[in-house]
Structures are given as C-alpha cells and as structure tokens.
Design a binder for this molecule. Structure first.
Ligand code: PLP
Length: 402
C-alpha cells in the first residue's frame, strides 16, 4: 500500500488489497486539503451577500472554471449535482420532458449495458408515454454506431450511450455516435462516470450535448458530480428550488465537494498518461497472470478498447459471490456483477448482454486497479485467487460432472 493513499486498517495482520476502483476511489490527500477550509473557516453559503458567502461563491466559480477547462466547455454549461446518478437522471428526464413540452417525439435510444442510473430512468419514463430502444452490444460489449443510426426514428429525442462500461471496461465509439447524432439532429448524452479522470473528456471532440461525471471515481469525494449541458441543448431542469446553478438545480451548493471534485479532476489530467500507464501495467499483469493460472477463465469486455484499470473475467463453475467471499477472507476487495436479489443470484445484465449464458455470467469477477495499488499486491492476488477458485470448484456439483 502506498503511504499517500492509506486505505483500510493499519493494524491488520495482512495488508488489505483494494481492487475495486470502479466502485469508488480513496480521496487524494491534496483534495482533502483543498476541501477542508470550506467546512470550517470558509463555511459560508455561496448565496450569502457578505464576505464569507462571497468567498464560497468565488471558490465555486474557480472550481467551475477549472472543470470547464478540462471539458473544453463553458463554465455556464456545467450543473453541479450530487453525483453520477443525479446527473444521469437530470440528463435523461430533462431532455425527455423538454421534448414533451415542445410537442416533440417520445423515443429514446440507449444500450442494454448502461448503468442502472440510465436504464431505470428510461424505464421510469415509460409511465409517461416515453419509449426506449435498448440496443444490444457485441460479445466485447461494443455498441455498433450503425445500429444507433438505424434505430433513429422521427420520434427520437435522445441518444444515451455510456463512454465506458463499469463492469467490463469496454470503451464505446462516442465520437462516431456523436457525429451521427449531430447529423440527425438528435440530442446526445454520455454517461462518462467511469471514463472521467482517465479518458479524454473534451465535449467537442466527443460530440456530446450532455455528459455526466462523478467525483468519487477519480479520487474525489463521494456525493458530488456534474452534468454538462451544451448551450442551446433542448433540456430542462429537473430539480426545482432556489436559483442556484443558474436556476438549473435548486439547492445550496456543496462548496467543499465541488472544490474537491475540481482539484481531483485537475490532478487526474495533470498526469493522465502516467497514471493510466501505471494502472494499466498492474491490470495487464493481473489479466495475463490469472488467465494463465486459472483454467476455464475468460476476459470479459474488449481486449484493447477498455479502460486502463479494468480487468474483468468469467470463471466457469463458480459463483462471483463465492469468489468475493473467499477473497474477502484474505483481505482482497473486488467486485462481481452478479447480485443477490431476493435470495437468488442474479447474473449481471451486462455480462448477459455480452452473450454469456446465465450459469457462466454468474461467475463474473471485476478487479479494477488504482494508484494506491502496488506490483507486490498484484503478485499476492495471483498467488491467492487461483487456489481459491480451485477450492470453490472442488465443491461445485457442476464442476464435478466435467
Ligand atoms: N454511471 C456509471 C457508469 C457508474 O459506474 C456509476 C457508479 O458506479 C454511476 C453512473 C453512478 O454514479 P454515483 O455513484 O456518483 O451516483
């Protein structure tokens, strides 16, 4: 564990290994430092007219300028939110209801592998007469831009395709879809929550009208994110209240959170190539080492077009939950797409959409590396995980019959 990223209890006998950076990341010390004043000495409300309030307003404005520069956006095109989920909700509902208000169409195009923040929002909109096309993806989790174009009808008001998938790391051809959306005059949103801090976030190069980000995925604080809304985009606010965020998101601003997010984003892009190379080196060693040591294993997601820190697998004849528990005992923290819902192990909608049968999809495991990981930690995972899987398989009736 690197000293500048302390995670876990230092009194443990075995050093904890955190390999779940797609779930969340520890906050960088510099980010904590930047945030601290806005909870104490500078704790004014940015809407207050006196000096303390004006200082908080200035901090928000500075943070907005910083973030806008990274996104190549205008500061007034940013709406700070409580995170990625709120940004996705605001993006999709905001475009849908703006279209409704103008008597436009009711059709949305998205993909089968989006995060639930997108999928459940689209499903929720059905009760208001909106219809959604959930595009399939190929075996690598890749969306076909041609299929996006083919799905557009004269009723289509929004295309929402994620930048990079949170379970398998596949990076989508966003710029290409952006060109199609623009040519067909359809508003285009991307959920860039997993890509933020690692991939190019230039909204013009990406060709997006709306983009969601969440600070806790790039070593910033939890509970703060943003929605980029291109000037002139057909969108309307979804949270009524005060006049904050230029009347687009009522509610006292999370000054410390926004300052932290801006600092984290600035630090991420100051060394983006170096950071990506570091986590990718660890990731590649994990992928190569695990596929070599574990029979009947497969990398899920695209082999090349994937997030630099994302390693995801299916292991036949085991369940992801059981792998997680075996790893947990060894203080190794990872993730599986499958979730225990009402007593049954549900395979992940993402792995299923990639074409894996449910019994294989249930054996999915995601390891996502981060700046706090070390090569020694990766070697320990390579030593611990294969025997753990072999032990689980030895108990599996399905494995006994092969
Ligand atoms: N979208 C994607 C792709 C994500 O991975 C996540 C979080 O895991 C979210 C949205 C939700 O973000 P938040 O946790 O900030 O609400």
């Amino acid at each position: 564990m690197r000293d500048d990223f302390p995670l876990g209890d230092t009194l443990r006998v075995v050093e904890p290994i955190y390999l779940d950076h797609a779930a969340t990341t520890p906050v960088r010390p510099e980010v904590v430092e930047a945030m601290l004043p806005y909870w104490r000495q500078q704790a004014g409300n940015p809407s207050s007219v006196y000096g303390l309030g004006r200082a908080a307003r200035r901090a928000l404005d500075d943070a907005r300028d910083l973030v806008a520069a990274v996104l190549h956006a205008r500061p007034q095109e940013l709406v700070f939110t409580s995170g990625g989920t709120e940004a996705d909700n605001a993006a999709i509902k905001g475009v849908a209801f703006a279209a409704r208000a103008r008597g436009r169409g009711n059709h949305i195009i998205t993909t089968q592998i989006e995060h639930h923040a997108v999928l459940h929002t689209c499903e929720w909109l059905e009760q208001f007469g909106f219809e959604t096309t959930y595009l399939p993806v190929d075996h690598y989790g890749m969306v076909d831009p041609g299929a996006v174009e083919a799905a557009i009808t004269d009723q289509t008001v929004l295309i929402s395709v994620m930048c990079a998938n949170n379970e398998v790391g596949t990076v989508q051809p966003i710029a290409e879809i952006g060109r199609i959306a623009r040519a067909r005059k359809v508003t285009f949103h991307t959920d860039a929550v997993q890509a933020g801090g690692a991939l190019d976030m230039d909204v013009n190069r990406l060709g997006v009208d709306l983009l969601s980000l969440s600070a806790h995925k790039f070593y910033g604080p939890k509970g703060v994110g943003l929605l980029y809304v291109r000037s002139g985009a057909r969108w309307q606010p979804q949270q009524q209240g005060g006049a904050q965020e230029r009347n687009r998101r009522g509610g006292t601003e999370n000054t410390a959170g926004v300052v932290g997010m801006a600092k984290a984003l600035e630090l991420a892009y100051a060394n983006v190539d170096q950071n990506n190379a570091y986590v990718q080196g660890l990731r590649d060693r994990l992928i190569e080492g695990l596929l070599e040591r574990i029979p009947e294993s497969e990398l899920t997601g695209h082999p090349v077009q994937r997030l630099p820190n994302s390693a995801s697998f299916v292991f036949k004849y085991v369940e992801g939950e059981s792998i997680l528990l075996s790893l947990d005992v060894k203080e190794i923290f990872a993730s599986s797409g499958s979730a225990c819902t009402s007593g049954a192990l549900e395979p992940s909608h993402v792995i299923t959409a990639l074409g894996y049968p449910p019994e294989v999809a249930r054996g999915s495991l995601r390891l996502t590396t981060g700046l706090d990981n070390t090569p020694e930690q990766v070697e320990r995972v390579l030593a611990e995980l294969p025997p753990a899987i072999a032990a689980l398989r030895a108990m599996s009736p399905a494995f006994a019959t092969v």
